[in-house]
Ligand binder design. Sequence first.
Ligand code: DGY
Length: 320
Amino acid sequence: MNKPVLWITRRLSDAALERAQKDYDTIINWHDDPPSQEQIIAMSAKVDAILPCHSEIFDRQTTEQLNDRLKIIANHSVGVDHCDLAALAQKGIRVTNTPDVLSDATAEIALLLMLGAARRAVEGDALVRNGKWETWSPSFMVGKQVSGARLGIIGMGRVGRAMARNARGLNMEVHYFNRSRLSAELEQGAIYHDTLDSLLPDCDFLSLHCPATPETTGIMNAARFAQMPKQSVFVNTARGALVVEEDLIASLQDGQLFAAGLDCFVNEPGGNPEFAKLPNVFMLPHIGSATDRTRDAMGFRALDNLDAFFAGKIPQDLVA
Ligand code: DGY
């Protein structure tokens, strides 16, 4: 029997590519340059399945031009905001994602950003690195203490809960806002808020862990930053679209926020050069899930979903 033809749009981990090549007739983008919309449309006529990353956009316009041969998009990401799920469902194309396997790695980066922003990692590193460290005093490089402080989490899904676990290790008091309240077993003592109005005043630190949807786009704006305590710290490892970046910049400039730690931006790749002018922003290039172990796990999970689909079963991570 012929193997299904699978297009892998980016360079996945070696282990994931090796497994894919055994089980599928693969077309692999070894050069790893992001495909254009025209390439995506053209490739859909040649393959039964696509294994893309969040860097490939399946908006309505693209989706409507996809060839009927394409049956499934097995994403190598937990976020699916790059996919118009309604348009893909109308086309009869199934869509899966890779939840669970990247939660710990992403929460690790959130922890790094929270600590780095609070303890002025960017400024401190620059001083030492550039040979500009010429003084020391008790008033030098004073930051915000994380341990024992209050952490607010927006979105208490798998990544949010992994971040809450990290925070408990620092003896932080965890508060959260979620669509619905979690069971006591999942809450692990975290304090539920049924509105952002209630959550934000209790956040010495705030970390975003919710998906980008039409409802959550721009949820962190000037009015929301103003509800946080003065000199609080903001962390985003979820999606840039959740934040009105000009409002975040203004809040960092006027001292409403002490610092921010950002792994996600409205424009990716590239980010927002205005953030680079601010010493109180600790930034990374969307690498929340970028560890060797997690990359293998993401690739395998996407392939598990494809294997189930082509075996006539329902993939475990079906989102459309
Ligand atoms: C995800 O899985 O959504 C991460 O942002 C990496 O793509």
